[in-house]
Design a protein around this ligand. Structure first.
Ligand code: URA
Length: 229
């Protein structure tokens, strides 16, 4: 890989800035001062800028606590998009959201540039459960638990068995679904006669929303979180 691509891929500097750094003799590859920004470097090379060791990676995985009012896209004509929250240091990775949350839904959203990962997380065949906290206009009843567990037929898809947990306040529930079809949680609640007035995703598989993240705050997943998911 070209040295300038390697360094910009680390989020350290733009390709233009790399040129300048190389000219200043600030870049070393395996201990040797680099002479040209287009030098070929192996991926396992030790590259340092001003003595600081860089760590090249192809993929990045970010957790966003999505606020209401933005759409799960990288571009929209009308509304802010979730990638607006991505900081400067991650911009060059070209991340996009894994699956979608409605504009009024809050909570856990992963952004990545790893297409294979995104596919596996969203494929209904992989059965990755998504857990939501929902507030309803009316209380859920015990009989609704069975309706969710049986799965539901809609004209465009069949929702697999879902788990409904009613909290002490029966207008507040947790729902776990295996797919992520358009308005799925809201439609499943409508089927049992309740309207969702607030919705937040709290977990995807074994990965829980970091509740210390403010709405609109974003951070990288830790290695442990990546293993969990
Ligand atoms: N189900 C919904 O209805 N909306 C979401 O945003 C996610 C799941």
């Amino acid at each position: 890989m070209r040295l300038d691509k390697y360094i910009s891929g680390c989020g350290y500097a733009s390709r233009k800035e790399v040129k300048k750094l190389v000219r200043l003799g600030a870049v070393t590859v395996d201990g040797e001062i680099a002479k040209k920004p287009d030098t070929d470097v192996p991926e396992d090379a030790e590259v340092r800028v001003n003595g600081e060791k860089l760590c090249y990676r192809e993929f990045v995985y970010l957790m966003l606590n999505k606020p209401a009012g933005c759409v799960s896209a990288v571009f929209d004509k009308k509304y802010p998009v979730v990638t607006d929250f991505v900081g400067e240091e991650y911009r060059h990775f070209g991340v996009y959201p894994v699956g979608r949350l409605d504009i009024d839904t809050e909570g856990l959203l992963i952004l990545t540039n790893d297409g294979q990962f995104a596919h596996e997380m969203t494929s209904p065949k992989k059965n990755v459960y998504k857990r939501y906290f929902a507030v309803l206009d009316k209380p859920m009843e015990e009989s609704d638990i069975e309706a969710f567990a049986k799965g539901m037929e809609f004209k465009d898809f069949t929702a697999k068995s879902a788990k409904l947990e009613i909290t002490e306040n029966p207008r507040e529930v947790y729902i776990e679904i295996a797919e992520g079809k358009f308005h799925q949680v809201k439609r499943m609640c409508e089927r049992v006669g309740k309207t969702v007035t607030y919705l937040k995703r709290v977990a995807i598989g074994g990965l829980e929303l970091d509740e210390t993240l403010e709405k609109g705050e974003i951070r990288e997943l830790t290695d442990e979180e990546l293993r969990k998911i």
